[in-house]
Design a protein around this ligand. Structure first.
Ligand code: OMP
Length: 215
């Protein structure tokens, strides 16, 4: 596990972004853990998260022209990454969408920099990939070309087609790399070092056996 992955998981645990219990997901699956990125809710938390995203991107070496944060949770996440990148000397344009188009004032459903060139989608978590598919459509309709997806946590669950994870399906279907700061694999590795995770390791392993990707 890389240092930024461990820092990210510790932050998520400290801030209760990562919680254990029984949670019904958008997919209907009942999960022993949930990742609520809305609880990265202070400047310090978003600052650390932004740096973790930036380090995951460095590792991946992906080329892109701008960032897109899907409403709502992706908005502060893409912004945090943009600020982290600016602190490292790259001023990257950032845009995001509204869920409901605005009919007055500047109008439209996109906010921020014009959507063009190679667009990196920045979001919180991928389970079945529905949210990512929506973003791809929004970016293309606006004239940009999605070039990849950066998420905080990859739950590494099977998508719609069978053995592949939802992230692997997005790559297979759209040719887009999906980069995650950490995945269920890293969370399980972290369980061996952090007692608050260790207590839930068996439940996590059973869940992965039921719904985890097989490749
Ligand atoms: P997919 O659209 O199925 O990939 O699921 C992503 C969305 O699921 C997120 O944007 C959240 O709305 C929600 N979610 C979480 O936020 N955290 C989780 O741990 C799991 C889910 C989920 O419902 O699968």
């Amino acid at each position: 596990m890389k240092p930024h992955q461990s820092r990210f998981l510790d932050l998520a645990l400290d801030r209760q972004v990562l919680r254990f219990g029984q949670f019904t997901l958008k997919s209907g699956r009942v999960s022993p853990y949930f990742f609520n990125a809305g609880l990265f809710d202070s400047g310090a938390a978003l600052g650390t998260l932004g740096k973790c995203y930036a380090e995951a991107l460095d590792d991946a070496g992906l080329q892109f022209d701008m960032l897109f944060g899907p409403a709502y949770k992706g908005i502060p996440l893409a912004t945090a990454l943009a600020v982290a990148m600016a602190c490292r000397g790259r001023d990257v344009p950032v845009a995001f969408n509204r869920k409901e188009a605005k009919a007055h004032g500047e109008g439209g459903s996109l906010i921020g920099a014009p959507v063009r060139g190679r667009v990196l989608i920045v979001d919180d978590v991928i389970t079945a990939g529905t949210a990512i598919r929506e973003s791809i459509g929004i970016i293309r309709a606006a004239g940009g070309e999605p070039c990849g997806v950066l998420i905080a946590l990859d739950r590494q669950e099977r998508g719609q087609s069978g053995d592949l994870s939802a992230a692997q399906e997005v790559t297979a279907e759209f040719g887009l790399p999906v980069i995650a700061v950490a995945g269920l694999d890293e969370l399980l590795a972290h369980a061996d070092e952090r007692p608050q995770v260790a207590a839930h390791k068996d439940a996590l392993v059973s869940y992965r056996a039921a719904y985890g990707s097989r490749r």
